[in-house]
Design a protein around this ligand. Structure first.
Ligand SMILES: O=c1ccn([C@@H]2O[C@H](COP(=O)(O)OP(=O)(O)O[C@H]3O[C@H](CS(=O)(=O)O)[C@@H](O)[C@H](O)[C@H]3O)[C@@H](O)[C@H]2O)c(=O)[nH]1
Length: 444
């Protein structure tokens, strides 16, 4: 029964809708319900629609030790019914909200589990989403009034096992999509207490979810959001989860080495180890999706009403590069490329992202400047990067490549809400080297 699929999903795969956000959309209906067997490496070419370039990707799926491909139990589990009840942990957040609506629209029974801590981070740090967002209660009420579809809501912390147990026994999920983690690398590098919070919250929360599945819903499939940042920037191709190594004449297929670049990214490495272990030890079924930077703001569902808007972060702590660049362009702030800008956000370098935004600005008559600002992070600013990513495609994912029209649409949203931008939040404020044990306080 054990199934662990570790997939890499670079930035260019933007599944939710043409206009983003690129939150993951592995169709739950297409997820395997049994372990997969070792297959020979396959090659696959994808042509970019605009014909700019072609790239090849390869992947393998890995049979868990001690199992036989195509065994009777595989066959039985393949015949099990598809999941219909999906619990989205972190369903009030950026990826979680868009995913919850998408799954609800597709006819799944959805339950959101969230402790609303993401909103508290904003209050504590004096930040706000560029887009005005409604409370989770108003969001769900609005969705019901527009679609007649109910989304269940469990407000609480997955680190609290009593709460999680109650949510599991009452909702009875067939699948859990887990986004409920502190997801900002800079946040985890503010001070000791934020570093400790990030690892405690993320690692223990996921461990509780694994125990809840074992205890209450053995057949439940865990879909967990990992990160490409687990792998760092090795000078060789990044394989999907596993690499075959020959050492002293013996060969084995082993987890790909991890070299995370922040306490946040490290928390995901620890999660991955715990998930892999429980797949082997208990037969938990999990898909660990190592996702690249997510960008965009609208999906078909979130644009149905103002109260369904998704959050959109542009600040130096929670804003990610492309979203930040679009907001910076909209308000005439130079794009803040850190250091040399050669660091890759999956398939695009930061410099390339900046030129894409500059081009989109031209079309709107906005003159976009770029400036190199001192890099607050400890990272290589020029390096080899080649991540393999075929497994999701084999599972049925149709990639929407980062296109000019997507950037145009994000830039348009940034222009629409530019009066809400707090320019004091634009520059990076968190340094990887200045982090210390002393708590950092925020002044008004
Ligand atoms: O104004 C900016 C902001 C960022 N960068 C550069 O852009 C790169 C990416 O930074 P980011 O803030 O866009 O993304 P990151 O910190 O890597 O984290 C985000 O993307 C990760 C996927 S990945 O990047 O690790 O694949 C997710 O796991 C995280 O949850 C999400 O916040 C970094 O090398 C950074 O130096 C700039 O040059 N200028």
């Amino acid at each position: 029964m054990a199934h662990l699929l570790s997939a890499s999903c670079p930035l260019i795969i933007s599944p939710c809708s043409k206009n983003g956000p690129s939150s993951l959309k592995p169709s739950l209906a297409s997820l395997p319900t049994s372990r997969t067997s070792i297959q020979p490496f396959k090659s696959l070419s994808i042509n970019r629609k605009n014909g700019q370039r072609q790239f090849s990707v390869r992947a393998t799926t890995l049979q868990q030790p001690g199992t036989k491909a195509g065994s009777g139990s595989d066959e039985r589990s393949r015949q099990q019914s598809r999941p219909t009840r999906v619990m989205v942990v972190g369903g009030d957040g950026y990826c979680g909200w868009a995913t919850s609506l998408h799954l609800s629209k597709k006819g799944y029974d959805v339950a959101i589990v969230d402790n609303l801590v993401r909103r508290q981070f904003d209050d504590q740090l004096g930040l706000d989403s560029l887009t005005p967002i409604a409370s989770i209660h108003d969001r769900i009420r609005r969705w019901r009034s527009l679609t007649e579809k109910d989304i269940d809501l469990y407000i609480g912390d997955v680190c609290d096992f009593e709460f999680l147990s109650e949510a599991f026994t009452s909702f009875k999920p067939d699948a859990v999509v887990h986004f409920g983690e502190q997801r900002s690398a800079p946040f985890s590098m503010i001070d000791r207490s934020r570093a400790v919070f990030t690892q405690q919250n993320n690692v223990l929360g996921t461990l509780n979810v694994l125990f809840a599945i074992k205890e209450y819903a053995e057949d439940c499939h865990l879909v967990k959001l990992g990160t490409m940042g687990e792998y760092g920037t090795p000078n060789i191709d990044i394989e999907e989860g596993y690499i075959t190594i020959t050492h002293n004449g013996r060969t084995d297929t082993l987890p790909y080495p991890k070299q995370a670049g922040s306490f946040y990214h490290l928390s995901k490495v620890h999660d991955s180890n715990n998930i892999e272990f429980t797949c082997k030890a208990w037969g938990i079924r999990a898909t660990n999706l190592n996702q690249g930077v997510v960008y965009g703001v609208r999906t078909a569902e979130t644009e149905m009403h103002d109260e369904l808007y998704n959050r959109f972060d542009y600040d130096g702590v929670f804003g990610t590069a492309l979203n930040r660049f679009c907001v910076q362009a909209a308000i005439g702030h130079p794009l803040t490329v850190y250091g040399k800008g050669g660091q890759f956000e999956e398939q695009f370098s930061v410099n390339q992202l900046a030129s894409l935004v500059t081009k989109a600005g031209d079309k709107l008559g906005i003159q976009v400047q770029t400036k190199s600002v001192p890099n607050p992070r400890v990272e290589e600013e020029e390096h080899y990067y080649n991540a393999k990513h075929t497994k999701l495609i084999e599972l049925g994912l149709e990639p929407h490549l980062l296109s000019d029209s997507l950037i145009d649409s994000v830039l348009n949203v940034a222009v629409q809400f530019k009066d809400r931008v707090d320019t004091r939040q634009i520059m990076p404020s968190v340094s990887w080297t200045k982090i210390g044990a002393k708590p950092k306080t925020v002044s008004a």
